[in-house]
Design a protein around this ligand. Structure first.
Ligand code: F1X
Ligand code: MN
Length: 443
């Protein structure tokens, strides 16, 4: 058997003082407390809608969540899921897998196990708290926050939609160089749009306030790996090689709702309008996830909001996007795999249908920090390990991560690059100021 290079250790709360440690110790309990508050605040609404049954369900959900918070804060063993949701068996198998990994060093627990695992597990348990308790089983505890983030980004959304509609007016007359410039701009807006997530700020305001197009130039030095040129060549070559039968398909694995989602939709519209792509497939979450991640409801809600906005260019965007969905040139999909604890290196085995679907794409754009963590296994990589290697055999199609750094893992940097930034800015990996547009071609 060929020797397999050992993988570096997983980020984990067992490393005291690490970002994972502080997240588990402070941020996750804070998020749980907010969830409990949200349920409390909706008590009257539950009563009005469902009567006593609604209030009882709310109480059960709250007690389930308080118990969860206590388990977390006292580093209790991770317990098997007891619900009968379709993914429960896979979660419980994964717990067994973690038990085998810990090799007799105690049961998997909140602070001892890999951070990625326990953090995903928390969101899955939050989901269970609601899903198991009809009649409030469809209540998304993060919905309000996502909507608020969208409304607070209103000005930025207007600025972006206006810019984009102006661009569309003469997109046919743009030469290759100009098209490339516009693509690069919209890629950067989508990249920096990833600053606006709500789990990072434990639900505090993190909307886009300033014009998203204004300071792109100044932010170029903060893009630590910038493979935009590679994306351009890939798309231009695909366009040139195109025949009637083989459409160019780009997939966007979405991250946060709010401004980030709008920036992704604008990018997707640009890809079609410039004829760099013929179809865009969006992948969202099938359950509420990491506070601000996009579900099908958020996706449709956002497009509806734009459509009915009292602003000509905003509503023009919304109308066009609904049209794209109706025509089938935009497709929204979700898959259970995106909300499992597995990193993407096990997708081919755990979700072969999803892997096979992604293989049909010309380019996969993975948005955000969590997707980066799952792409690279959430491990302590040496900064200079090639991205291709960190992907650990996940190569369904050419792919690119658009991610602002909000967790302490990063691969594919130049020798000395990480150390140099570290010297002047110790928080560089977790403060969301830096980003990557990091590409890997499939093998
Ligand atoms: O994927 P996103 O939305 O960019 O970020 C998710 C995130 O906020 O969640 C984790 C903190 O709990 C961090 O790793 C990361 O910053
Ligand atoms: Mn997110």
């Amino acid at each position: 058997m060929a020797a397999v290079a050992a993988l570096p250790v997983s980020l984990s709360g067992r490393f005291k003082g690490s970002f994972a440690y502080f997240t588990i110790k402070d941020r996750l309990p804070q998020i749980l407390t907010r969830v409990i508050d949200t349920l409390h605040r909706h008590k009257n609404e539950f009563f009005e809608e469902h009567g006593e049954k609604g209030v009882e369900a709310e109480k059960r959900a709250i007690s389930f969540l308080s118990k969860l918070r206590n388990e977390l804060q006292t580093d209790k063993p991770v317990t098997p899921l007891e619900d009968e949701l379709p993914d429960a068996a896979l979660w419980n198998q994964y717990l067994d897998y973690q038990r085998n990994l810990s090799n007799g060093n105690g049961e998997p627990s909140w602070f001892q196990s890999p951070w990625l695992y326990v953090e995903c597990y928390m969101y899955r348990r939050i989901h269970a708290a609601l899903a198991q308790n009809p009649p409030i089983d469809n209540f998304d505890v993060f919905k309000e926050g996502k909507a608020q983030n969208f409304f607070e980004s209103q000005e930025a959304v207007i600025a972006l939609c206006t810019y984009f509609q102006e661009l569309l007016k003469n997109i046919k007359d743009l030469d290759e160089k100009q098209l490339q410039e516009e693509l690069f701009k919209l890629l950067q807006v989508s990249l920096w749009g990833n600053k606006c997530d709500l789990s990072f700020s434990a639900g505090e305001d993190s909307s886009q306030k300033s014009s998203p197009l204004q300071s792109l130039e100044n932010m170029i030095p903060y893009i630590l790996v910038n493979d935009m040129e590679k994306l351009w060549s890939l798309l231009v070559n695909a366009k040139k090689r195109k025949t009637e039968k083989n459409n160019v398909r780009v997939d966007i694995i979405l991250d946060n709702a709010g401004f980030e989602l709008v920036s992704d939709l604008v990018l997707a519209d640009f890809l079609l309008s410039s004829k760099l792509a013929d179809e865009v497939h969006f992948h969202g979450k099938s359950i509420p996830w990491y506070v601000s991640d996009t579900t099908k409801h958020d996706f449709n809600w956002t497009i509806k909001q734009l459509q009915s906005a009292n602003h000509m260019w905003m509503s023009r965007c919304g109308i066009n996007w609904e049209g794209n969905l109706k025509k089938g040139v935009w497709v929204y999909r979700d898959h259970m795999f995106w909300t499992l604890p597995h990193d993407f290196s096990s997708m081919a085995e755990v979700a072969p249908d999803l892997y096979a679907d992604l293989q049909k794409s010309n380019l996969l754009l993975f948005k955000g920090d969590l997707n980066y963590r799952k792409l690279t296994g959430d491990r302590k990589w040496e900064y200079t390990v090639p991205f291709h290697q960190a992907l650990n055999k996940f190569h369904p199609a050419p792919l690119c991560s658009l991610r602002t750094l909000k967790s302490d893992t990063q691969a594919g940097l130049k020798p000395g690059q990480g150390e140099q930034i570290q010297a002047s800015e110790p928080e560089w990996m977790v403060n969301g100021k830096y980003g990557v547009v990091q590409f890997d071609a499939a093998l």
